[in-house]
Design a protein around this ligand. Structure first.
Ligand code: PNW
Length: 452
């Protein structure tokens, strides 16, 4: 009886939304087909030296042509939901102006195919593939207005069937990493005042996007975003370290998630930035703080936090030389991140509903003599993280679903094809998709509804 009880303790609710995630530029290919416009990632990936192996998204997984095969993979896993992104430049080739019906047709085919297979679509409107027709990119405030027009348009066209819409994916990645660190497209390294303005245009685009979607979508459409907040885990689970963790969460994400959840830039951020703080116009913060129907978090890794000596202070502990990590150097294995991300945002801001919109890892993918990939490290990573997801479910946080990144190996941005996150192996010569051990493991988790 004790053994049985232990197994039941790791059960998930029957209606828990297990899913997989992908993004347009990472899987679609067909970059010049049916009127798709050029994006910053087309330019960046084709600039020599920008991606590790010279890889581009020109072909990627060829999902633009093979989406039915991808739906079949999802169906074989028996996932309940699929998170994909819409390529803005397929809908508005230069970012604005006249819509391109052929681009819209593709997403209609995909959405209808998913629904026919009994899979709920969760749609992201911007996953970094900014049309180059938008001069100045995210440095320009006009890009936020163009995004809102695009978001409202696509919501109007699809919300009869798509009930979960995310505005943008990972603000930090397409602002800081693209305009400050410079290792994502367009690859700039701007001074801090300009970076803060780029960040502001990013959160503004999200906020104006929420308003436009609400104005044009059918009733019952749920709107949120997929954010990669920087996540913290308390050094020890005591009141003082938990307090420090929440404080770190709120302050370290001040320019993104905190601004969105509170509708303002908190004082510590504004005073730290001083004269570099963003220039804000009337109405901006109201738009940015638009209430959301759900919040989705992309969770990969975290840092440990301890309460600092000064009252109310916090200290972020650095990763150590031998801290366990996965194939991508930034991807430290910190499974508690899944629980503490959910708990911290819940205690800070009480979102109505939560999803994990991405979790997964790059790992060694050894091909066995039988041709199968036995990615045991990825299974270990997933089992550990989902154990901590279970804790959040068990404690009653309003978490409705989990999307594994990624359905299949794909174009991993500046790493090209040298770091792969798929639970299906893709042979990029033949485009053959093969389930890895992790896909078999995930299918079993979905089938039984519990961690085994
Ligand atoms: C996410 N970090 O990116 C993206 O949403 C995906 O498109 C991407 O393929 C996936 O995670 C794996 O990298 C991230 O440095 C990139 O912490 C970098 C970080 C986090 C997420």
């Amino acid at each position: 009886a004790a053994g049985r009880g232990a197994a039941e303790a790791l059960s998930f609710p029957a209606d828990f939304q297990w899913g997989c995630a992908t993004a347009a530029y990472q899987i679609e290919g067909a970059v010049k087909e049916d009127g798709r416009g050029e994006t910053v990632w087309d330019v960046y990936a084709h600039t020599p030296g920008k991606t590790t192996d010279g890889g581009t998204g020109d072909v990627a997984c060829d999902s633009y042509h093979r989406y039915q095969e991808d739906i079949a993979l999802l169906k074989a896993l028996d996932v309940k939901a699929y998170r994909f992104s819409v390529a803005w430049s397929r809908i508005f080739p230069s970012g604005k102006g006249k819509p391109n019906q052929k681009g819209l047709d593709y997403y209609n085919r995909l959405i209808d195919g998913l629904l026919a297979a009994g899979i709920t679509p969760h749609m992201t409107l911007f996953h970094w593939d900014l049309p180059t027709g938008l001069r100045g990119g995210w440095q320009s405030r006009d890009t936020a207005y163009a995004f809102a027009d695009y978001a409202g348009f696509i919501a109007g066209k699809t919300s009869d069937r798509v009930k979960h819409i995310m505005t943008v994916n990972e603000l930090r990645c397409f602002t800081d990493l693209a305009y400050w660190n410079g290792n994502k497209a367009p690859g700039l390294r701007l001074p801090m005042d300009e970076v803060n303005q780029v960040r502001h245009h990013g959160v503004l685009a999200h906020g104006l996007g929420v308003q436009a979607i609400r104005a044009q979508a059918k009733a019952g459409t749920q709107v949120g975003l997929a954010d990669n907040a920087t996540i913290f885990v308390p050094a020890i689970e005591t009141a003082e370290h938990i307090e420090a963790t929440k404080k770190a969460m709120r302050e370290e994400n001040a320019m993104f998630l905190t601004a969105i959840m509170e509708g303002r830039y908190i004082d510590s951020y504004l005073s730290a930035q001083g004269k570099d703080a963003p220039k804000v116009q009337a109405g901006d913060m109201e738009a940015i703080g638009s209430p959301l129907d759900f919040l989705s978090l992309n969770v990969y890794t975290s840092n440990t936090v301890r309460a600092a000596a000064t009252p109310g202070g916090y200290e972020i502990l650095p990763h150590l030389a031998n801290s366990p990590r996965m194939a991508s150097p930034w991807l430290y294995m910190t499974p508690e991140a899944l629980y503490w991300s959910i708990r911290s945002v819940s205690e800070l801001w009480q979102p109505k509903k939560l999803y994990i919109s991405e979790n997964g890892c790059s790992a060694d993918d050894p091909v066995a003599p039988d041709g199968k990939v036995y990615d045991a490290d990825r299974v270990t990573y997933l089992r550990n993280y989902i154990t901590h997801l279970h804790r959040a479910v068990r404690e009653g946080y309003p978490i409705d679903g989990y999307f594994l990144w990624s359905l299949m190996d794909n174009f991993e941005w500046e790493d090209g094809y040298t770091k792969l996150f798929g639970i299906h192996h893709v042979d990029f010569k033949t485009q053959k998709r093969t389930p890895k051990l992790s896909a078999d493991w995930y299918r079993e988790l979905i089938r039984t509804g519990r961690l085994v």
